[in-house]
Design a protein around this ligand. Structure first.
Ligand SMILES: Cc1ncc(COP(=O)(O)O)c(C=O)c1O
Length: 481
């Protein structure tokens, strides 16, 4: 219970409590099918006399809002309809009945802990504040005039941005495209959602990587898809596994994150890229290439995107500015055949009537400016420095207790914890208590005993301190066994 009485207010505390409870009963904070908090619990939690709670409940009872029953405690009146003229929906039943699934409880917990407490955040997959190109973006808003529509824009997004993106994608990722083959989305996430909703139907079988970012995305499950897994090795998935999976399950679509894969950091080698495209065109299965990280290659050397090798039109290419510019801009895109892009943009119109013209304008001007390349150069150097730090810290504090390989780009490192059958939840709790948070591997894959650390979200000092605290948590858990 977050509510607290105002001890300086003129209104008596029992009155404040009665009003708070009345409002909570009306808005569903206190569901009608659950008992209300006991008098003793409320008195302890609010640090008030029990008689204050009794008076508040007396008032609510007199209004006919609650019933006090011997044995079963205090409940909301079954017939408050006649008295309050308000009917209370059973929000809990609605919440549970919706077809769109909630995030996994552990994912919700990580988000909440990261927001509510000042923890060292090795969990959230985004850049730290100081890596956002703030001054360059500020310069755009301060000195350039807005060139966009103030009305509803084109269903595929601003034509100006799509033209800029077509040029940017040609030079940075070798993909030949044009503005009519691009749809601007709210990050890569919306692109994935639109594909799942518009191009697949319940019961369709899809292949995703194991482990994978998509593993914990309820959008796949909400859409009723049958999910099959392709194990990820140091150089990505094995094309033979894909072929075998297809034979067994008639896979309808393949989702891959070929460069600096989330969470393993691995990249598909070129031979495997060609083999996957070969299988895709022989069997006629589309490949969704989810590519938010390829521009972060530390060596500067980039492997060709699947889309740039795709002569057949089998690949739907997704990317975004989230991991290279700023996740808050929510600028992502899909490139594909125009018929597919039109279908997806029609759906996007139904969902949100298109993307905000302001962030499209800022993204467009930033991509066109010389600051963009300067920013990427700086970002890549800084990410590499943080990668080096986390690798060093893992060696220092957890020498033989974890194994991993150092990613050559991206923002994640995937570690196997060399302790048999440990309790993942307990390790997370011990770590949170020590002020550090990360992602337990089971939320991202079928194998046990892994953790994902993100090194983009904290500076080098905090990364080192975070790994030190994680090591303490692990040692404590080990000591308890
Ligand atoms: C592989 C991958 N795809 C898509 C996304 C979604 O990112 P956004 O919607 O911010 O572009 C993420 C975010 O972590 C990711 O790692």
């Amino acid at each position: 219970m977050n509510w607290k009485p105002d001890r300086h207010a003129k209104k008596a505390i029992y009155k404040q409590l009665a009003e708070y409870m009345e409002k909570g009963i009306a808005d569903g904070t206190f569901p009608p099918d659950k008992p209300l908090p006991s008098e003793r619990y409320l008195a302890n939690t609010l640090q008030v006399n029990r008689s204050t709670v009794v008076s508040a409940y007396d008032e609510l009872e007199a209004m006919g809002l609650i019933e006090r029953n011997r044995g079963s405690g205090t409940t909301i009146s079954k017939d408050i309809w006649g008295i309050t003229r308000k009917r209370i929906p059973s929000w809990n039943r609605y919440i549970e009945a919706g077809s769109f699934l909630p995030n996994l409880p552990v994912t919700q917990k990580i988000r909440k802990e990261a927001v509510d407490h000042k923890l060292i955040n090795l969990a959230t997959g985004e850049l730290s504040e100081d890596l956002f190109p703030k001054s360059a973006l500020r310069e755009i808003t301060a000195t350039r005039s807005f060139i966009g529509s103030l009305g509803y824009d084109h269903p595929q997004g601003s034509e100006i941005l799509r033209t800029t993106l077509a040029n940017h994608i040609k030079t940075s990722r070798g993909i030949d495209t044009n503005p009519s083959s691009i749809l601007i989305t709210s990050g890569a996430q919306q692109a994935l959602h639109l594909i799942v909703q518009c191009l697949l139907k319940p019961g369709d079988a899809v292949a995703i990587e194991d482990p994978s970012y998509n593993f914990n995305l309820p959008i796949f499950k909400s859409a009723g898809l049958k999910i099959h897994y392709l194990p990820v090795h140091k150089d990505g998935i094995n094309p033979d596994d894909l072929q075998a999976l297809y034979k067994k399950h008639r896979i309808k679509m393949i989702f891959l994150n070929p460069d600096f894969h989330n969470p393993t950091g691995s990249s598909l080698n070129i031979k495997k890229r060609e083999a996957i495209l070969d299988i895709s065109s022989k069997l006629g299965i589309p490949v969704v290439e989810d590519d938010p990280y390829s521009l972060t290659a530390f060596s500067g050397e980039k492997r060709p995107t699947l889309k740039s090798l795709d002569t057949n039109g089998n690949v739907l290419y997704i990317s975004s500015l989230s991991k290279i510019v700023a996740s808050g801009l929510r600028i992502g895109w899909i490139i594909g055949p125009t018929s597919v892009i039109e279908r997806l943009s029609d759906a996007k119109q139904q969902i949100d009537f298109g993307h905000s013209s302001f962030t499209q304008w800022i993204a467009n001007d930033f991509l066109q400016s010389s600051n963009f390349n300067l920013h990427i150069e700086h970002l890549v150097k800084e990410l590499e420095r943080r990668r080096d730090t986390i690798v060093q810290s893992l060696h220092t504090y957890l020498k033989d207790e974890v194994t991993f390989y150092a990613p050559q780009g991206g923002i994640h490192i995937w570690c196997q914890v060399m302790m048999e059958d440990y309790n993942e939840t307990q390790l997370l709790e011990e770590s949170i208590q020590r002020g550090v948070i990360y992602v337990p591997g089971s939320t991202m894959g079928s194998q046990k005993g892994f953790v994902r650390f993100t090194y983009a979200r904290e500076d080098t000092e905090s990364i080192d301190e975070g790994i030190k605290r994680f090591a303490e948590a692990l040692h404590c858990l080990n000591g308890k066994r």
